[in-house]
Design a protein around this ligand. Structure first.
Ligand SMILES: Nc1ncnc2c1ncn2[C@@H]1O[C@H](COP(=O)(O)OP(=O)(O)OP(=O)(O)O)[C@@H](O)[C@H]1O
Length: 735
């Protein structure tokens, strides 16, 4: 049966044509000689392989037929157009092998190559002679682009003349997929060698284009379409379900079909030990994890795999992504069972504790907390518990250290990971990265509060989340690991005890731990250096830089919110933000100052109503606020103003109304249009959280608040509006 190969053109099919497009391609995949398809060559076409096919009386598909030496033909589907446009297009398009690097490409042959070269040479080199073009500034030459990696000469000429990043993005947007992606990399100054490595490019001896084309057989073309870089443009459809999803879901299915060559590498490669993938918001870390989980299952269907993240709601969305990528996925209901277990990290911890036999559990508790009896089934509200302990236990300790913020962090990052169960142990404890130094008497005071905390939670029969993770780790240290592969999303938010748990849960060896993280998005807890919790990464760490979600305009604005802060990654290195790039353009973020809360609510209603009037689907609109109090206020006030919106808390966001949610809840999500509400000096950073903190704790908290703003601003795919009443937050970019 013929093989269908789709290109991103398959996504631009008008909604009204989708079912006809599907039935056309389905029939074609069954029998290309079916006369109702009218598969016809075109007279005088630039490429003899081009065909058109009849979708309905008005519309035709444009395809290439590549026979190869196998029995069945391959049809490369490039899209559907009204009859006359399709014929025009069919005359111009060519499927070729790039003569420099052997990557298959669909190009539009508008004029002969020599004429284009002449036109390029005659054209002014730089649009604005007073400005240095972006790529020239980075030191590239035309030859670097053309002969060094194989960018089309015409595209390279224009790219070398672009004086702004926006111009370059526009040029990249019109280029062949992999060339566009490579131009975006060059825009951030990637070395030519790095680009070659990213796209698996091996450069051949330059060959005259015409001569190269003559020698390209259909088999060569099929091979070239499977080049890792070509897979960003060509997808080999496997069966009817695959085809249906590509056609029906359009662009939303792109992540399932066309991986960036780098993403594909991280999905398919084997690693001899823990691997860390970092990357800014929207660079496709989650996409890699979801693909990798299913790829690991395909390699070994009997494997026990864990796909986990910080919160339950994010885990639910991971699960639905896995299902939509691979409907046949075998999910594991319990941790350690064969299949993919998808769950929030604390739920996995809970399951391990619950299923342990009492003796093992008792030993684990003793190792972590020292002697303790009784129940541990409740969850400690640790902020409240620490506050009560402070109030009821007067100790000689600076006021800035007698805060639940300091004690919670000290407990989770120093006491628990080192399994400290007595005062002497705490006197000797290492406290790297904790900022505030503690002498012996301060340590004694802190330890007495720790003892009080443990005493009170013991009576309560509860453990806090980091304690639970530490106990679960101590259980698995006795019983042995339960997963063959563990994949972690949002790694920056996990506590040291979580990491110790994961280390104990994964069988050490090939592909044991794969974690994705973005230091700029740490909105819970403290920075953790993985080497200190038994996870050795050295040499197995890579970064994604291309943002697939956000427009260049929104991304620049979001990245500016990070200015002036130093962020550390999971290896203790400084995380840079200046190499994140987007390949999409859109409107600049709109910043709206208002004079009062009432005014701000009025403006919010105006903005949301305008989006709805503009036919934006309600569920693609997100209104993000700092806390639940504001959420309730916005929902009721917008309702009073005739704009129905829905508060989204623990449950998944539904269809039919714009969602109002806290910035924390929006983590990992995305919307076409985002309204950031209440970004005033009073509301962000949240002032009440800053009260009475030490300089170190204050610094950490401010950084988390800044990250929260970055997370929120990067939820917008297309439009971002920022609203405040009175003075804007200090954390907003100044310009
Ligand atoms: N290869 C791809 N082709 C098309 N779209 C992609 C690709 N990779 C990622 N995307 C899209 O980009 C968006 C961001 O991807 P994803 O959520 O995986 O990024 P992330 O790095 O996990 O983001 P965040 O850290 O902000 O949660 C999603 O809409 C996803 O579908």
């Amino acid at each position: 049966m013929p093989q269908i190969v789709t290109t991103p053109g398959a996504y631009n099919i008008d909604g009204s044509l989708k079912s006809q497009a599907f039935s056309f391609l389905e029939k074609l995949a069954q029998d290309d000689s079916n006369p109702s398809l009218h598969i016809e060559p075109i007279m005088n076409s630039a490429d003899p392989r081009v065909r058109t096919g009849r979708v309905n009386i008005q519309f035709r598909a444009v395809l290439f037929k590549v026979q190869g030496s196998g029995q069945e033909a391959h049809y490369v589907f490039t899209g559907i157009w009204p009859h006359d446009d399709a014929i025009e297009r069919a005359k111009k398009v060519k499927l070729k092998v790039n003569p420099v690097n052997g990557i298959a490409e669909v190009i539009e042959a508008t004029m002969p190559a020599e004429a284009r070269d002449a036109a390029d040479a005659a054209a002014p080199k730089v649009a604005d002679p007073d400005k240095v073009p972006v790529l020239v500034m980075w030191g590239y030459t035309l030859d670097d682009l053309v002969e060094g990696i194989g960018i089309d000469r015409h595209v390279a000429h224009r790219a070398m003349a672009a004086v702004t990043e926006d111009e370059l993005i526009d040029i990249a947007g019109m280029a062949v997929e992999w060339q566009g992606l490579a131009l975006i990399d060059l825009m951030s100054g990637e070395a030519i060698d790095t680009v070659r490595e990213k796209y698996s490019i091996t450069v051949h001896e330059p060959v005259e284009e015409a001569a190269a084309e003559e020698h390209v057989s259909d088999d060569d073309l099929l091979e070239a379409m499977k080049h890792p870089a070509a897979r960003a443009q060509f997808s080999f459809i496997e069966g009817e379900d695959d085809l249906r999803r590509v056609i029906e879901e359009g662009d939303f299915a792109a992540w399932r079909t066309f991986l960036h060559p780098e993403q594909r590498r991280y999905v398919e490669s084997d690693y001899n030990g823990p691997f860390r993938l970092s990357g800014g918001a929207g660079t496709g870390k989650t996409v890699v994890l979801v693909h990798r989980a299913t790829a690991l299952q395909a390699k070994d269907p009997s494997a026990a795999i864990l796909l986990t993240t910080f919160t339950k709601t994010l885990a639910e969305s991971l699960r639905s992504d896995v299902k939509s990528l691979e409907p046949q996925t075998r999910f594991a209901a319990k941790p350690g069972d064969r299949g993919i277990h998808v769950n929030g990290i604390d739920a996995v911890v809970h399951a391990v504790i619950s299923s342990a036999v009492p003796e093992t559990r008792a030993i684990a508790i003793e190792r972590v907390l020292g002697p303790r009896s009784g129940d541990i089934s409740n969850v400690t509200d640790s902020t409240r518990a620490w506050s009560e302990v402070i109030e009821n236990n007067p100790v000689d300790l600076d006021a800035t250290l007698r805060t639940s913020t300091f004690l919670q962090a000290e407990y989770a990052t120093v006491v628990l990971p080192q399994r400290i169960t007595d005062r002497d142990g705490y006197f000797k404890a290492r406290r790297p990265g904790r900022g505030t130094a503690l002498n012996r008497s301060k340590r004694a005071a802190v330890w007495s509060l720790v003892e009080a905390y443990r005493f009170w939670t013991g009576i309560d029969g509860s453990l806090d989340f980091p304690e639970k993770a530490a106990v679960a780790a101590a259980i698995l240290e006795q019983t042995g690991p339960i997963f063959d592969h563990i994949l972690v999303d949002e790694g920056q938010d996990l506590t040291p005890s979580h990491w110790q748990f994961l280390r104990a849960a994964a069988r050490a060896g090939k592909n044991d731990l794969f974690l994705a993280e973005d230091a700029h998005q740490r909105i819970y807890g403290q920075h953790v250096v993985l080497g200190r919790v038994g996870i050795g990464i050295v040499g197995r760490s890579r970064r994604l830089t291309l943002n697939y979600r956000t427009t260049a305009e929104n991304l620049r604005y979001a990245v500016e919110t990070l200015t002036g802060e130093t962020f550390l990654d999971a290896e203790g290195e400084q995380e840079e933000s200046n190499h994140y790039r987007s390949a999409r353009r859109g409107p600049a973020p709109r910043l709206v100052a208002t004079s009062s809360l009432e005014d701000e609510l009025d403006q919010a209603a105006v903005v949301v109503r305008a989006w709805l009037d503009d036919d934006k689907a309600p569920e693609t609109i997100g209104i993000l606020v700092r806390d639940k109090r504001q959420m309730a206020r916005v929902v009721s006030a917008l309702g009073e103003r005739g704009v129905d919106v829905r508060a989204v808390d623990h449950k998944a966001a539904g269809a039919g109304a714009p969602s109002v949610m806290t910035m924390h809840r929006a983590k990992g999500m995305e919307f076409s249009c985002v309204l950031l509400f209440g970004i005033s000096d009073d509301e962000l950073p949240a002032r009440y959280l800053l009260k009475g903190l030490s300089d170190t704790d204050r610094g950490e908290l401010l950084q988390r608040e800044r990250s929260l703003l970055y997370v929120s601003a990067t939820r917008a795919r297309d439009e971002l509006v920022v609203l405040w009443a009175g003075e804007p937050s200090d954390m907003l970019p100044r310009s």
